[in-house]
Design a protein around this ligand. Structure first.
Ligand code: SAM
Ligand code: SF4
Length: 368
């Protein structure tokens, strides 16, 4: 694998070689040309998955990487160490593909938890197989967990994921609660005509279990390239759907770079005006990646399962770290490659521009 840099969406004059404007300062953190600093690292641990969510993977799956091309446990420990100790990363999230398919997940977490300073460690998972693993993961140092669940109706769940495993997911969520990993965040994608009418049901279920539900707008990252901007369920529609059964008020806590806009949820009582003095049922998040993009405040850097830095989900290129690492690069050299990759981070994902082209890789292959 070679080293490629993203082409940032910069004005031509800025691209054309104004060396002073283009030169990366010799900074310690993961800065980009637009003044953002990445402190939140997402690492994909595998491109494999045991579900086939329609908005992510094709029914037949995708060709999988040979094991030796994946970041190994020690390599992950070293790269996370560089990120945390030299580049200012404070939060590390493991994702995939399905990260629970890595048998060495607890060891990977333990290696990260042993770092000084210790990063906050979280996991995004579909929760299949979590029941038997969650205690070991929590003991290893896992701080927080996000579980993806788009429907609590078995038939709809199977329609979206193409697998009949709702019970296993629900058992995994219960086990995570029992292991003390609350507050569990539940990620849901709504699809028109499939589960959009169930949005309020899902919220009622999450509130009853004490979980924080976050709806994510569907992004053009499906392997089938079937995403259609005019057909996706927007944040505004999600709020309208929830409004049918609940009253939502904007949360007053500062968002602080978080992708989800949080709303306080109250019972809708048709007999009275919506009232903030009513008992608070909980909060719901809406991640409007498409219609209310938060790129200007993005704090993410990503590593793919084979050790490529992606400065943005929608990048078309990656900067390989694993090749140089295996070829004997020093920590300083790897840190500089990472800084270079992030310096070239695009200003925005560009979904609303005419020239937008969906990345070749789908969400499961990038690491969501
Ligand atoms: N398999 C794990 C899971 O599903 O939680 C981790 C990887 S998955 C790619 C991470 C997140 O990406 C999930 O919450 C999933 O819903 C979300 N996702 C996948 N494809 C998406 C798309 N096209 N648009 C929006 N979110 C998507
Ligand atoms: Fe697998 Fe997660 Fe993609 Fe669903 S969203 S197919 S669980 S990687």
């Amino acid at each position: 694998m070679g080293v490629f840099l993203d082409t940032p969406l910069l004005p031509r004059s800025a691209r054309a070689g104004d060396a002073a404007a283009d030169a990366r300062p010799d900074a310690t953190g993961l800065l980009d040309r637009f003044g953002r600093t990445a402190t939140d690292l997402r690492i994909s641990l595998t491109d494999r998955c045991n579900l086939r969510c329609t908005y992510c993977m094709p029914a037949e799956g995708l060709p999988i990487l040979p094991k030796e091309q994946l970041l190994q446990r020690d390599e992950i420990g070293r790269l996370v160490g560089i990120a945390v100790q030299r580049l200012g990363v404070r939060q590390v999230r493991f994702t995939g593909g399905e990260p629970l398919l890595r048998r060495d997940l607890a060891d990977i977490i333990a290696a990260c938890a042993a770092l000084d300073p210790r990063p906050e460690i979280s996991l995004t998972t579909n929760a299949i197989g979590l029941t038997s693993r969650v205690d070991a993961l929590a003991d290893a140092g896992l701080d927080r967990i996000n579980v993806s669940l788009d429907s609590v109706h078995a038939e709809t769940f199977a329609q979206i994921t193409r697998r009949p495993f709702l019970d296993r997911v629900l058992a995994g969520i219960d086990a995570a609660s029992a292991a003390g990993l609350s507050l569990i965040k539940i990620n849901a994608v709504l699809l028109r005509g499939v589960n959009d009418h169930q949005a309020a049901d899902l919220l009622a279920w999450a509130l009853a279990g004490g979980h924080q539900l976050r709806f994510i707008e569907q992004m053009p990252l499906d392997a089938d390239h079937a995403w259609d901007r005019s057909d996706m369920i927007t944040a505004a529609e999600i709020r309208a759907r929830l409004d049918e059964r609940f009253v939502l008020f904007p949360d007053e806590e500062p968002r602080d770079g978080a992708p989800a806009e949080l709303w306080r949820v109250y019972e809708r009582d048709a007999s009275t005006e919506p009232d903030r003095s009513a008992p608070l049922l909980g909060r719901v998040g809406i991640i409007a990646s498409v219609t209310e993009a938060f790129c200007a405040d993005c704090r993410r850097t990503r590593l793919t399962a084979e050790g490529g830095v992606r400065s943005c989900l929608f990048s078309h290129t990656e900067t390989d770290l694993l090749g140089p690492l295996r070829a004997g690069a020093t920590d300083d050299e790897l840190a500089d490659l990472w800084r270079d990759a992030m310096w070239a981070k695009p200003k925005g994902h560009g979904m609303d521009t005419d020239g937008f082209v969906q990345p070749e890789r789908s969400m499961s292959a990038i690491g969501g």
